[in-house]
Design a binder for this molecule. Structure first.
Ligand code: NAD
Length: 381
């Protein structure tokens, strides 16, 4: 069976869904791996590295996809690529199904068996396939590195003969995977760190990393976590109380790292224009939630802006793509683990049992139909 890996086509995408290391393991399963030329360029992997690992290099997507039984991708394929994917092909990618539900129907219509890795259930067995975690962790790290580069004073306290430079104050909004890594990274660099989250479990995690917890604690926040581990969307009343606390906290900090997300929805706006207006000149806001609209009202997804009062708001899209060697390495591993978990050794083909909890979570389409409960056509739901 052929497994294809294409060059990603989004302009800001640098990652690739396989590495020479995973190609070796995939060919070891008995797969013929075909990689489109240039696929690894953004992640510093040359065609020759893929070829040395056992892949055939294809000159274009049509060549790579001809007869393919599996396609590994970072993002969902664009319509013109989708049209080249053979019917019955298993597509494993971060589809972004909630952001573009129309695409789910299009994949079904094209007869592609699509697996949306972002919908993986947060259970122990799935941890090593968890693309959201592997990528969010790196985004959290990278965000703080970019904050440090943009901040003109430095992070640690520096006591010199010429005087003392005060440490930076970093405030992290959302203490999930990205936020916790941001806290740890900022602490390692010598900043004074505080953080907030709505999930009650986060308080202890924030403290265990040596940061100060800041947050509204009430009945609603005590019930703010879904069974799946994600945050719930909070009420207007909660958001108002949170806003008061945020206003005083944001103004006191030099760097704000935004990471708050609500699965399947637009990111909550937590840092308002007025809060940014109260920050000191030279402050930096890093919006890791920019792909979901952003946690800061001034964020322009895909851009860096400088406000009138001298605050930089970095709202880059695809933060994991800004550290592409590591993010490709971990993403490719996540996909390999998914495939090997559902690999039928005798048939030398993937086998996705419909009753499996992981498969139920990620399978979007099968044999020409939408099968995921969240995307069933209204009449059938
Ligand atoms: P996420 O990326 O969906 O959101 C980031 C953080 O933002 C979360 O901690 C969330 O609570 C917070 N948030 C949402 N709305 C907010 C608001 N209005 N104000 C402040 N904060 C807000 O989250 P994630 O990083 O994917 O992690 C979600 C949970 O899943 C965590 O508990 C994490 O530890 C858990 N997790 C479990 C596994 C596993 O067991 N396999 C793997 C990864 C993550």
């Amino acid at each position: 069976m052929r497994l294809a890996v294409l060059r990603e086509r989004r302009v800001f995408e640098t990652r690739v869904a396989a590495t020479p290391d995973t190609v070796k393991k995939l060919t070891g399963l008995g797969l013929e791996v075909v990689v489109e030329t240039g696929a690894g360029q953004g992640a510093s992997i040359a065609d020759a590295d893929f070829a040395a690992a056992g892949a055939r290099i294809a000159s274009d997507p049509a060549d790579a996809l001809a007869g393919a039984g599996i396609l590994f991708a970072v993002a969902a394929p664009e319509p013109e690529i989708r049209a080249m994917i053979p019917r019955g092909c298993l597509l494993v990618a971060t589809i972004g199904a909630f952001g573009d539900p129309g695409q789910v129907a299009a994949l079904a219509e094209a007869g592609i068996d699509a697996v949306a890795m972002e919908l993986l259930p947060r259970i122990t067995r799935a941890q090593s396939m968890d693309v959201l975690s592997s990528q969010a962790n790196l985004a959290g790290y990278r965000g703080v590195i970019e904050a440090a580069a943009a901040f003109a004073r430095g992070f640690p306290m520096m006591m010199t003969a010429a005087g003392t430079v005060a440490p930076a104050r970093v405030f992290v909004i959302g203490a999930g995977v990205a936020g916790l890594q941001a806290i740890a990274t900022a602490r390692r660099m010598g900043a004074i760190v505080s953080a907030t989250d709505v999930r009650p479990a986060a308080k202890e995690e924030i403290a265990s990393l040596g940061a100060t917890y800041v947050g509204v604690e009430d009945e609603e926040s005590r019930a703010a976590q879904t069974a799946g581990g994600y945050a719930k969307e909070m009420s207007e009343a909660f958001r108002a109380r949170q806003a008061e606390l945020m206003a005083t906290t944001v103004a006191k900090n030099d760097i704000v790292v935004c990471t708050a997300l609500v699965m399947g929805r637009k990111a909550p706006v937590i840092v308002t224009a007025a809060m940014v207006g109260a920050m000191r000149a030279g402050s930096v806001i890093i919006d890791l939630a920019a792909d979901a609209g952003g946690n800061c009202a001034l964020t322009q997804p895909g851009a860096s802006i400088l406000t009138e009062n001298g605050v930089q708001v970095l709202g880059w899209r695809n933060w994991p793509g800004r550290i592409p060697v590591a993010s490709s390495q971990l993403y490719a591993r996540n996909l390999l683990t998914f495939l090997t978990t559902f690999w039928d050794k005798e048939a030398r083909a993937p086998k996705l049992p419909e009753s499996d909890e992981i498969v139920k979570g990620v399978a979007l389409t099968r044999a020409g139909a939408v099968v995921h409960r969240d995307f069933l056509p209204a009449a059938a739901a």
